[in-house]
Write a protein of this length. Sequence first.
Length: 313
Amino acid sequence: MTAAPSAPTGGSTRGAVYALSAYLLWGVLPIYFLQLKPTGPFEVVAWRIILAFLFCLILLTVLRAWRPFLAIVRQPRLMGLTAVAGVLIYINWQTYLYGALTNHVIETSLGYFINPIVTVLLGVIVLRERLRIVPWIAIGLAVVAVAVIVIGYGAFPWIALTLAFSFGFYGLVKKQIGPAVDAVSGLTLESLWLLPVAAVQLVFVANLTGITLGTAGALHTVLLLLAGAVTAVPLLLFASGARRVPLTVIGLLQFVAPIIQFAIGVWVLGEPMTLERWIGFGLVWVALIVLSVDSIVMSRRHRRSVSDVAEPV
């Protein structure tokens, strides 16, 4: 006799709250970054790298996590993978900041809407995974959506595609790293590798327009100094949540952030939303619904098959 499904455990409920909190924070990031003007995207990213690194050093000390961190440092393969992850997350951060600070918040949301579809596509191309017909339909709809935006709107959505592919490849690298590197150690190392880039960018900005930290008022200075915590806290919440809830829950929650970003772009910032954009976004949303429903159905089938196998005769 098959047992009735158990009620959600406290751990899974807490995990869902952690993950939802992470996506809510990621969703409102455009509002935070817009408060950093007149600081430009290159200076913001440079401070984000440096301050995230310092914030993680404090966390390693408070959590007494230096031993596992140093164990990771002694493994060349993991160090190499974290370096690649650092480059990819740098591309993602820099592109996102450029979009957020140049009135392209709607396009940044498009990038994170199509990211799950790009991740599936990369699984086929890079990992040689075999897909059923439904995911291919979702991929086809996404391709048509991008074509509609390009042809109808007259502009190639390079911000959206750069965000989607950089984060997609970042996810692949993190999958290769696996649980061997925890969230704090991972962000510490990724930020460490990027410190030279941050230093070069600050020198570049200082010579070109001048550093804005400390020159635009006390509130601006405080907000800019919070960039490290703003970077690390959602990531740590997500890592804590992802360990406690099923992948299908994460798959559905991941749309919270781009939905909020889209709403901010359209109704708060008043960015233009032409008919072609609505059609393109609509096709992407249909593709995501198809992909999400398919994922839920396959997950339930898998759980049912496991339950049938485990059921005593």
